[in-house]
Design a protein around this ligand. Structure first.
Ligand SMILES: Cc1cc2nc3c(=O)[nH]c(=O)nc-3n(C[C@H](O)[C@H](O)[C@H](O)COP(=O)(O)OP(=O)(O)OC[C@H]3O[C@@H](n4cnc5c(N)ncnc54)[C@H](O)[C@@H]3O)c2cc1C
Length: 456
């Protein structure tokens, strides 16, 4: 088939891009090897956040005594939790299918693994298709590093761990990044004993040390064991009897092992060489500000490109690339602001620079910090764990970065996202009238910790 645009991968950027291009009059083919919606819908955001909701319900019920409420023995029916998750995942998959259907007959969906045979020619199940433009939205999968013994030892990844129907007795999580942390707390709250093995000396090491410390403290108070600054030297054992030998010589044992040590792009069997598409040493596809790869007419979007790996980034990629392909002026990839949130409890959210990042970049800043527990609302709800930090540019008073560890940090960070996107001065928040008692009024208090805004 000859079309105008071929999209490989129906993840978070591919379907909206393909649908909008078809609605704009282009003939589009989109190929998907597995389930519509990609990682986010099937093995990422949707299922994790659905299961975290169940874990949180168990935690709230178990700890209701702190609010003077007595509950009985709390039990988690993991099979029911997983069934609920599967139902919600199914709904989102269907909604992706509906979006593609709505685009009309100019859009063709092909189910199958696509391989590039030339720059703008692909093969799916023996059939060849070509186009003027090819967009790669092939995403990533869990990376299983070559730790001695790991390949031969039963282990779970982000997809298979969410298929378990019985709560593991003891889960060992390799990796203390945001994926490892979300699963560790989820399973602890389901009732597992949990140990996190992390090679850095703190959890979520891309964040400021205060953020890592606040999260680490909350995890330890829930009984999650942290083996920090520890590398897994080798792995052995059989199901229910697993052993992770650390480089210190210590052995961590468990019934289940989850590998959350990073992601690997799905480019190994994509035919990049045949198409003349350059990859970096880790297999990611570098792109310019308009998503152009090294091959003419071939673009790449989402997790397969180097950079932050989030659904909102991938979805935003589709908007920028759509404008570019339609010849409209638009934002540039490198100018974007990508906020992040880890859906742990307390949540960890940030937009812009960390203090460490500002120092490394030699950026001048003024900073203020405040414990999350200073917020009245946090005390009333007994959600006091966490810390907050804001950095501003001393000259323009614009916000350079904000980090929030606390309840609903993922919602709260959007106050700063709006201000930073608008290029507003931090004074805008100082002068605003905030509702009492809310978590959000604490952001104003945080900014007013900067000397220049202090009440005198
Ligand atoms: C456990 C976990 C939790 C996460 N939680 C969050 C979160 O809370 N918030 C957030 O923003 N992000 C989260 N993410 C990240 C988010 O899921 C990804 O950033 C997002 O899915 C990337 O979208 P994408 O379109 O680039 O790739 P993907 O969603 O991975 O889609 C790629 C698609 O391409 C298909 N494909 C691959 N190769 C081929 C081929 N050769 N032919 C045809 N099809 C192919 C795949 O089957 C897949 O459907 C999470 C990720 C994980 C693993």
């Amino acid at each position: 088939m000859k079309v105008d645009v071929i999209v490989i991968g129906a993840g978070q950027a591919g379907p909206p891009l393909a649908a909008r291009l078809a609605e704009a009059g282009r003939r589009v083919l989109i190929a998907e090897a597995k389930d519509l919606g990609g990682t986010c819908v099937n093995n990422g955001c949707t299922p994790t956040k659905t299961m975290i909701a169940s874990a949180r319900a168990a935690h709230v019920a178990r700890t209701a005594g702190r609010l003077g409420v007595r509950t009985g023995d709390v039990k988690v029916d993991l099979a029911a939790v997983v069934d609920r998750k599967d139902k919600i995942v199914g709904q989102w998959r269907e909604s992706v299918q509906k979006r593609l259907d709505k685009a009309g007959e100019r859009l063709t969906l092909i189910r199958g693994r696509a391989r590039l045979v030339a720059a703008r020619e692909i093969e799916v199940d023996g059939e060849r298709h070509s186009a003027d433009v090819v967009v790669l939205n092939v995403g990533c999968r869990a990376m299983i590093p070559p730790i001695p013994g790991l390949a031969e030892t039963p282990h779970l990844d982000n997809a298979s761990v969410m298929e378990l129907r019985e709560v593991p007795r003891k889960l060992v999580v390799l990796g203390g990044g945001y994926i490892g942390c979300e699963f560790a707390q989820m399973f602890r709250r389901f009732g597992s004993e949990v140990t996190i093995v992390e090679s850095m000396d703190r959890l979520m090491s891309h964040e400021d040390p205060e953020s890592s410390a606040a999260l680490g403290g909350a995890f330890e108070s829930e009984g999650i064991e942290l083996a920090l600054g520890a590398k897994a030297a080798n792995v052995s054992g059989t199901a229910n009897d697993l052993r992770v030998r650390l480089d210190s010589g210590r052995e961590v044992t468990g019934s289940h092992l989850l590998v959350a040590l990073g992601r690997r792009p799905n480019t190994d069997d994509l035919g990049c060489d045949a198409a003349g598409i350059a990859r970096d040493p880790r297999g990611y596809i570098p792109v310019d500000d308009h998503y152009q790869t090294s091959a003419d007419g071939v673009y790449a979007v989402g997790d397969v490109t180097p950079g932050p790996q989030f659904t909102h980034a991938s979805w935003d990629d589709h908007r920028l690339l759509f404008d570019h392909l339609m010849g409209r002026p638009g934002r540039k990839r490198s100018e974007r602001l990508i906020p992040i949130t880890a859906f742990t409890d307390p949540q960890v959210a940030r937009v812009g620079l960390t203090e460490e990042g500002a120092k490394m970049a030699g950026v001048a800043y003024e900073a203020a910090t405040m414990p999350f527990g200073n917020i009245a609302r946090a005390v009333e709800l007994d959600e006091t764990a966490g810390t907050m930090k804001v950095l501003i540019d001393p000259k323009t008073e614009r916000i350079l970065g904000a980090s929030i560890v606390g309840a609903e940090a993922g919602e709260l960070i959007h106050v700063f996202v709006g201000l930073v996107s608008a290029g507003a001065s931090a004074r805008a928040l100082v002068d605003a009238e905030c509702v009492h008692p809310t978590f959000a009024e604490g952001l104003q208090t945080l900014v007013m910790k900067l000397k220049r805004y202090a009440l005198r």
